[in-house]
Design a protein around this ligand. Structure first.
Ligand code: ATP
Ligand code: MG
Length: 367
């Protein structure tokens, strides 16, 4: 069986059309093909189907020195949008259906199920060929088990980009305009600024930090320059949210966050007071001690997720999607919740468990 249809050649050189680069999956009646790695002209997470392509969402350059980063990269006017801390989705209408795609290029059954609650349909009635990019944030989602302090109930969608059919972002003012016109919720924004407005930006970032928010993505009003800059608190929360996986995640994850903390305190002359030092120590050691206990128990290291969906079938589709994405998840309960269904599942972390379990069971090892 030739798994790869001819239309992929409209987008890719023939030597790239192989199982190392392309993975097929089904969503509803449709078959999609996702790009599993970055190619010279296409990002990982690009999706192909008969008659269409959805471009991958590009990486955003990070700065860790706000003042120097801004003056180095921006010449003219720019805006600062809030950087929301959830998961990235690209929403696209194909035929009569709306699909929500993950960063990796899968259709997310959960987000697709919830789209009627998240996005006003007017957007796609007026712009059927556009892609709406944004962040889904809030409790009861299948990807982030850590709550964000500013979202108490249910998930919400915040747009931050609109792409044309060729995968190009609309000019910034145009993005803001089409979302306002169709009542699509957008991330908060400030500006326009010029590179001389560092003090004002610094004030905004500090205020965001005091509210437990992640940071800003600054975007040029006239060209494609975009820069992300995060708060000190978000670095500590990232560590806390993942320290139970310290044995599983790449060490660079933690090193990068410690470097960010050091750069932030250097630039803004913060003396890291005992509160900050203590919260950092707690972030590192608390979850890790729990993880050792979990690895020693029968269950292993795991996280509990709850999701609320409109259709019961979505829960099975979600489990299948997570499996395809290489996630170990198993549904443990389903309850009716008004007109909706509430599902709970555990995600288990086999690599981290294996790494800790042998050691805690008393096996000797060289390090
Ligand atoms: P990378 O961009 O390098 O792949 P990442 O996937 O680890 O990084 P983050 O460090 O969270 O992600 O930063 C980029 C992501 O931030 C975007 O992919 C997007 O999902 C999210 N984001 C939240 N708010 C915004 C915003 N206002 N503008 C752009 N992206 C935003
Ligand atoms: Mg993020």
């Amino acid at each position: 069986m030739n798994e790869f249809p001819g239309f992929l050649r409209d987008h890719l050189p023939p030597e790239r059309i192989n199982p190392e680069t392309i993975q097929a999956f089904d969503a509803g009646e449709r078959r999609f093909y996702r790009l599993t790695k970055d190619l010279p002209a296409l990002h990982r997470g690009t999706v192909f189907w008969e008659g269409g392509i959805l471009h991958g969402y590009p990486k955003i350059r990070r700065i860790i020195h706000l003042g120097r980063g801004v003056t180095r990269h921006f010449r003219g006017a720019f805006y600062a949008e809030e950087k929301m801390d959830g998961y990235n989705v690209r929403i696209r209408r194909i035929g009569d259906e709306l699909f929500a795609f993950t960063r990796g290029g899968f259709v997310c059954p959960f987000t697709t199920d919830r789209l009627p609650d998240l996005v006003p349909p007017a957007f796609f009635d007026i712009h059927p060929d556009y892609t709406l990019c944004g962040e889904v944030v809030g409790p009861d989602n299948p990807y982030n088990s850590e709550p964000v302090p500013y979202m108490e109930e249910d998930v919400a969608f915040f747009a931050f980009d609109v792409k044309d059919p060729a995968g190009r972002s609309l000019p910034l003012h145009e993005r803001y305009r089409v979302c306002e016109e169709t009542a699509v919720p957008f991330t908060r924004r400030w500006g326009p600024f010029t590179p001389g407005d560092i003090e004002e930006l610094r004030r905004i970032v500090f205020e965001l930090d005091s509210e437990g928010r992640e940071g800003v993505v600054m975007k040029s009003a006239s060209d494609a320059v975009e820069l992300k800059y995060v708060t000190l608190g978000s670095c500590i929360r990232d560590i806390e949210a993942t320290a139970h996986l310290l044995a599983e995640l790449p060490p660079g994850f933690y090193i990068q966050r410690l470097i960010r903390i050091a750069a932030i305190s250097y630039e803004h002359s913060l003396t890291l007071d005992d509160n900050i030092r203590l919260s950092l120590a707690r972030a590192l050691t608390g979850p890790l001690v729990n993880a050792v206990a979990e690895a020693d128990s029968g269950e292993g290291i795991r996280e509990l997720f709850t999701v609320r969906v409109n259709s019961r079938e979505t829960l099975d589709a979600l489990m299948l999607h997570l499996k395809h994405a290489g996630v170990n998840a198993h549904l443990v309960s389903v309850e009716k919740d008004g007109k909706m269904f509430k599902g709970a599942f555990y995600r288990t972390f086999l690599k981290g468990t294996r790494e800790l379990r042998r050691k805690i069971k008393g096996h000797g090892f060289y390090d």
